[in-house]
Ligand binder design. Structure first.
Ligand code: FES
Ligand code: FES
Length: 159
């Protein structure tokens, strides 16, 4: 198997990694870099548990080859908290009870974070649309949607 050397910025830190041609970004994050916050639900691009931001856009990392990510910037759930403080979207999801088993949560958080970056005040339809690729078997989504709305309000408040 051919190995590729890639340089990739993950959660603000530059990493140089040797990756086999067939290794996905998800496997590289979890197995090579021990960033296990990003989950593997289906390995088939269907559940969204593996969602990360790749160059600012949410992607299913199980469907991206690591070797294609040379020079890219990635944000995983581990990169959301800053200086020991949870991001508003993390805090709000907890407060609204949008986390149950937690398996979908890293992907939900990343998709919600990306939505709030491009639309600081989304309505319910926009939130549901942004989360259409993130399957949650536990919450019925109502509390997740409330959490994202609350995060938008928290982000709008002066700190
Ligand atoms: S693990 Fe990637 S979409 Fe399910
Ligand atoms: S909280 Fe369990 S799958 Fe979403």
């Amino acid at each position: 198997m051919t190995l590729h050397k890639i340089s990739i910025t993950i959660n603000g830190g530059l990493e140089e990694v040797m990756v086999p041609s067939n290794m996905t970004l998800l496997r590289m994050l979890r197995e090579t870099l021990s960033l296990t916050g990003t989950k593997n639900g289906c390995s088939a691009g269907e559940c969204g548990a593996c969602t990360v931001l790749l160059n600012g856009e949410p992607v299913n990392s199980c469907m991206v080859l690591a070797a294609e990510c040379d020079g890219a910037t990635v944000l995983t759930v581990e990169g959301l908290a800053q200086e020991q403080r949870l991001a508003p979207v993390q805090e709000a999801l907890i407060q609204e009870g949008g986390v149950q088993c937690g398996f979908c949560t890293p992907g939900v958080l990343i998709s919600s974070y990306a939505l709030l970056e491009r639309n600081p005040s989304p309505d319910e339809d926009e939130i549901r649309e942004a989360l259409v690729g993130n399957l949650c078997r536990c919450t019925g989504y109502v509390r997740i949607v409330k959490g994202v709305k609350k995060a938008a309000k928290m982000q709008a408040m002066p700190s």
